[in-house]
Every structure is written in C-alpha cells, then in structure tokens.
Design a protein around this ligand. Structure first.
Ligand code: AMP
Ligand code: ZN
Length: 470
C-alpha cells in the first residue's frame, strides 16, 4: 500500500520492520472532557487505516494510551493541567473524571464502529516506565535537571524539527505569543520530562521519583508506553495533525536519544475537522459530541460516512447541511442494498475480484476513502446478481464499517413486519365489517377496541374504513 509519510513528506510504499506485521501506536484521548467529533474524525480515519491493513493481510498490533496526567493546555510545558481543569469543573477527583471520560470515549467509539486497539494503557499505570526512561536519558546526557524539573536537551540532537520546513523560530514554544518563558530551559525548544517543582501546588496526582515527588511530562508517556508493548521498532504512529508539533516531535527526540537508533518509520497525521469558526477544540468549551448528534436524531454511522467521504489529508469543514447530505446518502444507500436478495444467484468470484481490485486501487493509494465510497457505489450498479453484490458490500465493510448489510437487513425486516401488521389490520377491519353486517355490534366494537389497544385507530367514512397507527 502507498501511504503518505509526514516524516519524508511524500507518499511511499508502506513497509514494516517484520514482514506481515504492523506495530501501530495511536495517541489516545486526554480524558478531561467528552471527545468531540473532531477528535473522533482522527480516530475514525486511524480505524479505517488499521482495518485496511488487516484487509490487506497484515497482522496489526495496535497500542493506544489514555492521557490522564501531564497534558498541559499549551501542549508544551505551560498553561493549565487539563485533567485538573476538568476535575475542578466537575468538583470530582482526577481519577473519577478520567474513568468517566474514558468510558464515554469508548462508548462513542462503539457507536462509530471504531475498534478498540489491542492494548489500551492509561498513563498513570506506567509511572515506573516513565521514570526509567527519564533516568536513561539523564545517563546518556540528553537530559538535565534545572529548577527542580528534568528537561530534555534538544541541542544534543542533529535535527529537532523533523516534520516541517517551518522556520524554527515560528514554532519554538517558548516564543509563542502569550506563553510565558521557562528560564530553567537551556534552549527554547527543551521540554519537561518530569515535573517536581511546578506551579501546580494543587497537583492531585504525584509520585515519588529520583528527582523528588512530581509527575511526568505529557510526551514521555507515548514513547514509554509504545516501547513497553511494541518494542523499539515502531512501524506506524498516528494522531491528529496538531500532535505533530510539539508532541510527536518531542516523542521522536526522546525515543531516538534513548534507544540510539531510528524509532518509528511511518507517521500518519489526520487533518482537522473545522467549523466555520475554525478548529474544533475541547479547550474552547463549545464542541459537538456524538451524543449531541444522536439527540438531534442522527445515526452516528452517518458521521462516519461523512468523514469517509473526504480524504484524511484535507481539512474538513463540518456543517449541519453537509451532515444532512450524508444522512440522505446513507438512507438511499441502505434502501438500495435492501433490494439485493441473498438468494439471488451464487457468488461470482470473477466479479468479486474485479471490484475488489478497484477498491484496493483507491484505498491502497494513500487511503483514499472518498474514492473507496465511489467503489462501493459502483458495486450497487454492477451487472451481477444479489448474492455477489452482498458479498462485495460485506467485504468492503470490513474496512469501512458502515453497517451496510446489517442496516439493510434491519430495514427489510422492518418492512416485512410492517406489511405483516398491515395485513393483520386489514383482516380485522374485514371481520369488523362482517360483524356489523350481521348486526353483531358488540363484536364490531370489541375488534375496534382491540386495535385501539395496539395504537391503531379506525376511522369510518362513506368510502370505507381507514386506519392510523400511533
Ligand atoms: P486530545 O484528546 O486533545 O489529546 O486529542 C485526541 C486526538 O484528537 C489527537 O490525535 C488530536 O490530534 C486529535 N484532534 C484534536 N482536535 C482535532 C480536530 N479538530 N480534528 C481532528 N482531530 C483532532
Ligand atoms: Zn502521544
């Protein structure tokens, strides 16, 4: 498969360290609030990537962290502690909100058909691993202690800005407007590995360490957790584009300094979901969640389709109109699929291979899900029998996860039930008419009441009897 690599800034053949096996790491959510549908865009596209790799025959081992400590609002070493902010907002402990929003995140993933990675590791469960890595970095002279904190020394690296061609000055966190400078740092781009002296006197979660009681920086968690479960050769690392700097940049710096060789060969970044007002973000406070979509009557899978309709390397603007378009497209799609009969012929493998090749051409070309959806529509129009179409739809849905056959079969069943119910009502109306004719009004009333108890109201007119269902 060809996949764009943020590290080399080009599409390349996806290769793995061990043949047939993918070691994949995903930056998990910071669990101080509900995930918004922007965060979930990233997780949907990463899910499709994982499923497409499996579809292509790879054995994928995927690990994700849960950030429940260390993530500050600047994404660097300044600002408020996000978890603490969430706990104060809700007058709960950090661990209480971590549990609540971790569960909420996985509930959302379930609704969007996002598979849970093989391993999910909360950061607070790996403190000894973080300490070990920080100790290793100090021993190798890549880290120093200043003002009570442990810092990574970025001047020891040959290259620090691995992902971009930007002017280093633009990106240096220390000089970002409105962000206070940390005078303990030897270089502007140095970052905290372990905090012991911090401005968060009320920091709730603290651990003992060789440098005093404190807590880990955010970046160290992903390096240590991925190494714990996936070793020191990573094939694929994913996240939203805002993670590229400083988070992933710092992950690479400390990981490669620690292991002494290249760490992860392929970096996959999903562009943002924006609203007309700009990037959707949790810190702004106003954002859309899966529950809100449901409250407004949308099937969450419609949002998944909306995401798949565009390429992960383009930013995507959310609007209710475009979600409505996706909802209509999904309804039409499912109605069409419901007309295909599983008993119509046998599966024609030549046709299957032809359409699979079309799907692979586009999905294997930098995960072009938008053309993947076109390939799906091509199946609907194919000159072949129902059994073959259903086979192909179920095959593509191993990757797309749009509940194609499930939703179509449910619709069919609903229709069959509805027509069975209609047949029953018509039979009752006929019986009532007979009873009336025979002047058996008690029986006629009994039938009317029996239907009423089921929410079916009869209305007599000169044209006959009609009915409405509650
Ligand atoms: P967080 O919970 O803030 O740590 O973010 C979880 C994931 O969502 C990260 O991979 C972010 O890069 C990603 N992300 C954040 N905002 C957006 C957005 N508006 N669109 C897409 N992905 C996002
Ligand atoms: Zn991470």
């Amino acid at each position: 498969m060809k996949l764009y690599n943020s590290l080399t800034r080009q599409k390349e053949d996806f290769k793995t360290y061990e043949e047939g096996k993918v070691r994949m790491y995903t930056c998990g959510p910071t669990v101080y609030h509900f995930a918004h549908i922007g965060n979930l865009r990233s997780y949907i596209m990463e899910d499709v990537l994982e499923k497409y790799l499996v579809y292509s025959g790879y054995d994928v081992n995927r690990v994700m962290n849960i950030t429940d400590v260390g993530h500050l609002s600047s994404d660097a070493d300044t600002g408020e502690d996000k978890m603490l902010k969430g706990a104060k907002r809700e007058k709960k402990t950090v661990m209480e909100i971590a549990k609540f929003y971790t569960d909420a995140f996985f509930a959302d993933c379930g609704k969007l058909n996002i598979k849970i990675p093989n391993t999910v590791q909360p950061a607070t469960g790996c403190i000894p691993e973080f300490i070990e890595m920080v100790e290793g970095l100090i021993e190798k002279d890549y880290a120093y202690i200043a003002g009570g904190n442990v810092y990574f020394d970025t001047s020891k690296l040959k290259e620090y800005y691995v992902f971009n061609n930007h002017d280093a000055e633009d990106l240096a966190v220390g000089v970002r407007e409105g962000v206070e400078e940390d005078t303990n740092k030897r270089n502007k781009t140095d970052f905290v590995l372990w905090f012991t002296k911090s401005k968060f006197d009320d920091q709730e979660l603290k651990w003992d360490s060789p440098w005093g009681i404190g807590y880990p920086g955010w970046h160290i968690e992903c390096s240590a957790i991925s190494m714990k479960y996936l070793g020191d050769r990573l094939d694929l690392h994913c996240g939203g584009i805002d993670n590229a700097f400083p988070h992933h940049t710092n992950e690479i710096a400390q990981s490669e300094a620690y292991i002494g060789h290249e760490w992860c060969t392929h970096w996959f970044h999903v562009l943002h979901l924006n609203t007309s007002g700009g990037k959707m973000s949790k810190s702004k406070g106003e954002f859309l969640t899966v529950s809100l979509l449901e409250e407004k009557g949308y099937n969450p899978i419609v949002y998944r389709l909306f995401c798949l309709q565009s390429h992960y390397r383009k930013s995507l603007v959310f609007s209710w109109d475009s979600l409505d378009n996706a909802a209509q497209a999904y309804d039409k799609l499912i109605k069409k699929i419901a007309t295909f009969d599983a008993n119509d012929g046998g599966v024609d493998m030549a046709v299957v291979e032809e359409y699979r090749a079309k799907f692979n051409d586009v999905m294997g070309n930098d995960l072009n899900t938008s053309l993947g959806i076109t390939a799906l529509y091509d199946v609907l129009k194919a000159k072949t029998n129902g059994a073959t179409k259903r086979f192909l739809l179920s095959d593509f849905d191993r990757v797309l996860s749009l509940d194609l056959l499930k939703a179509a079969d449910a619709l069919k069943e609903e229709k069959e039930e509805a027509s069975e119910e209609d047949a029953y009502i018509l039979e009752m109306i006929a019986k009532r008419a007979e009873a009336k004719k025979a002047k058996n009004y008690a029986e006629a009333d009994r039938i009317r009441d029996e239907l009423a108890a089921q929410g079916i109201t009869l209305k007599d007119s000169s044209q006959g009897t009609t009915y409405t269902k509650a």
